[in-house]
Design a protein around this ligand. Sequence first.
Ligand code: GDP
Ligand code: MN
Length: 376
Amino acid sequence: MDLYEHQARELFEEHGILVPRAEVTTSAKGAREIARRLGGRVVVKAQVKTGGRGKAGGVKLAADPAAAELTARQILGMDIKGHTVHSVMLAQPVDIETEFYVSYVLDRAAGTFLAIASAEGGMDIEEVAATRPDAVARIPVDPAEGVTGAKAAEIAEAAGLPAQTADVLVRLWGVLTREDAVLVEVNPLVRTAQGQILALDGKVTLDDNARFRRERWGASEAAHEGPLEAEAASKGLNYVKLDGEVGIIGNGAGLVMSTLDVVAGCGARPANFLDIGGGASAQTMADGLNVILSDPAVRSVFVNVFGGITACDAVADGIVKALDTVRLTKPLVVRLDGNNAARGRAILDERAHPLVQQATTMDGAAQHAADLAVSH
Ligand code: GDP
Ligand code: MN
């Protein structure tokens, strides 16, 4: 789970990392009041869980409280890479001398943590990393040893950061390890004209496995999850919204992932996907279908099930059950294979719903669902 910038900022502050004074609001009027409290001149920053806000016009300087209100009004409601801005953070502006980049990430392939740092931080860090990889230092961090003062000095030196950033590097490691994070990133970490080191932006990704003890961040997350995600979660289903037109239901993460690929290969885009998991009951199938069909972007649905623990006849029963409770308005392409496939197919044949069509192969079913979605 990703945190908002203002939440990351709060964590940094708790760990003794210097951050600008700032407050969050969901209204333009609130922005004016905060600006007044912060001394007039402020930076207005969109709070969305995606990067590149600066380039998208989501980070703006305002000269006084009236300008802050106007700017907040512009930024609130804005769409940044598919994320609607529901709140803004107002921060005291900082007189930047130099921008650095620092992060700790979990390097799954190497089975360790990695410190990534660069003396050329700021909004163009991706380009720097792509065109001049030498300007970005990548130093493995042994998780058992962590970032000690000596390690921090090594990272700073490798990246060409001033020695005084070492203290922040040690504290940032504390954020990663003591807050159950798998990623912390500060871009930019700045040196001000007054010589202070400040974290001006922050990204923190928490380990979802530790969610149960990170309730503190849970409420805001739930508030912004869509209603379909909430409904699916309440029924114990894994539902993910995407931006295409084919709804996808499958059993097991591997099959669902390859189903997404095959549909994409057939010239359509997945609208969402739902993993009914192993051992799914008829009820699970009916619940899943209800969720997928409630997504207005869906034009056709592809149900791809390879029966193992989940028997195909239970899946077919679930589809039939769903057909009794939802009014099907979109075509359903079903491919059943594996455990009890023949019985499952017979159940659907018998129900003979005009919008339900069966296919015997995954590729054939995907092509059919894709064609229906694109021509529909
Ligand atoms: P991002 O684009 O989503 O990464 O948003 P950032 O919070 O990193 O802001 C983008 C850029 O805005 C930063 O790289 C800074 O150059 C600039 N910026 C942010 N806060 C301040 C500030 O207080 N003063 C000044 N002068 N620039 C700022
Ligand atoms: Mn940034």
